[in-house]
Design a protein around this ligand. Structure first.
Ligand SMILES: *Cc1c(COP(=O)(O)O)cnc(C)c1O
Length: 355
């Protein structure tokens, strides 16, 4: 592809900013969108001219492939503003690489790194005033790709849109959550798309999650095909603290390889905390909970950063987690967000300045 297209973005600015007069702090997660969006079409076997344009609806033919066959993938990342008004991203190339892994699995075209990164940084420069500064606030960024070709025959599309939209967002969860361990439904299948950030993975979780919510839980922790081993929470990877050891499941074709997950593993190793990446059975954590060795459980993902778990349930038996003073979850959250918001050293080189 010629490098001009890769590096030049056609920018059409809005004539009337929608920036709310009463500010953008503490908005509900993912509900307000910025003035512009990034869009690039894949057509005739190649990516076309990338554009930034005013945020607006798409017009799509009813036979558009994504509506019928679910060829859709996404990413989730955040932009953070520091006290010097500088904009930072966190490990954005990991999201770019993961998008392409998801694309391959869903028979979609890979997006050149330059288009992803230039689109992202140009959009963020334009939307700088949309990055909230209140504690725990950030600009949530949603890159995604959909099959935009027409025709209701079951075959991969020959046209796609890759887009980036952004949403100023407050804190995601404010309280510790109660979870239920899956014993009937599954999020992912062996040989399936669990490791891809495919839209359908979320759609498939809504029904069982709603059943869990009706019973007073917030989320489900998914298990393997035999419901023996713990996998992830479906929007977050899951960590267990057994005595002082941090344990988490290895990634697999059923589990999403989270950026937050691998950052926590690196932080823990760097701090000398024993870390075990291995299979962990439901029986093991029930036993550990009963004998007092299970100190903490928490979810890890970009949206909420870290979500401590207060209680888990399995086969109608409930297990309360102890209320510790010095929790790993609070410590990792502080370490991670201090790096993300440029409040502390970044020995790992994770922070990425948008300029
Ligand atoms: C996005 C996602 C996560 C978290 O990944 P991060 O890169 O840490 O945001 C975990 N599990 C699933 C299924 C996801 O889609």
């Amino acid at each position: 592809m010629d490098t001009d297209i890769l590096n030049s973005i056609k920018i059409e600015k809005t004539t009337q900013s929608k920036l709310p007069k009463d500010g953008i702090n503490d908005l509900k997660f993912g509900s307000t969108f910025t003035d512009h969006m990034f869009i690039v079409q894949y057509k005739d076997g190649k990516w076309q001219e990338p554009k930034i344009m005013p945020y607006q609806p798409l017009e799509l033919d009813p036979s558009t492939r994504v509506f019928h066959y679910g060829q859709a993938i996404f990413e989730g990342m955040k932009a953070y503003k520091d006290t010097n008004n500088k904009t930072w991203l966190f490990r954005p190339l990991d999201n770019q690489e993961r998008l392409n892994k998801s694309a391959v699995r869903m028979q979609m075209p890979e997006l050149p790194k330059e288009i992803f990164m230039n689109g992202l940084t140009e959009l963020l420069k334009l939307e700088k005033d949309w990055i909230p500064t209140a504690d725990g606030n950030s600009l949530y960024i949603r890159p995604f790709m959909i099959a935009s070709g027409r025709g209701i025959y079951a075959a991969p599309s020959d046209e796609y849109f890759f887009m980036i939209i952004a949403s100023p967002s407050g804190k995601y969860y404010s309280k510790d959550v109660n979870v239920v361990i899956a014993e009937h439904y599954s999020r992912a299948a062996n040989g399936g798309v669990g490791a891809a950030k495919a839209a359908g993975n979320y759609g498939a979780q809504f029904y069982p999650t709603q059943q869990a919510i009706k019973k007073g839980f917030d989320q489900i922790i998914w298990t393997d095909s035999t419901h023996t081993y713990l996998e992830e929470a479906g929007t977050m990877n899951v960590f267990f603290r057994i005595n002082d050891t941090l344990v988490t499941a290895p990634t697999s074709e059923r589990i999403l390889d989270g950026v937050t997950r691998k950052s926590i593993i690196a932080l823990a190793e760097n701090m000398g905390i024993p870390v075990e990446v291995r299979k962990i059975s439901v029986q093991e954590i029930k036993d550990a909970a009963r004998n007092g060795e299970l100190k903490e459980m928490f979810g890890a993902g970009t949206a909420a950063v870290i979500t401590p778990i207060a209680k888990f349930s399995h086969r109608d038996e409930e297990f309360e987690l102890p209320k510790l003073e010095n929790r790993y979850s609070d410590m990792f959250k502080k370490k991670l967000t201090d790096i993300q918001y440029n409040r502390d050293e970044d020995p790992f080189g994770w922070r990425y300045l948008v300029e």
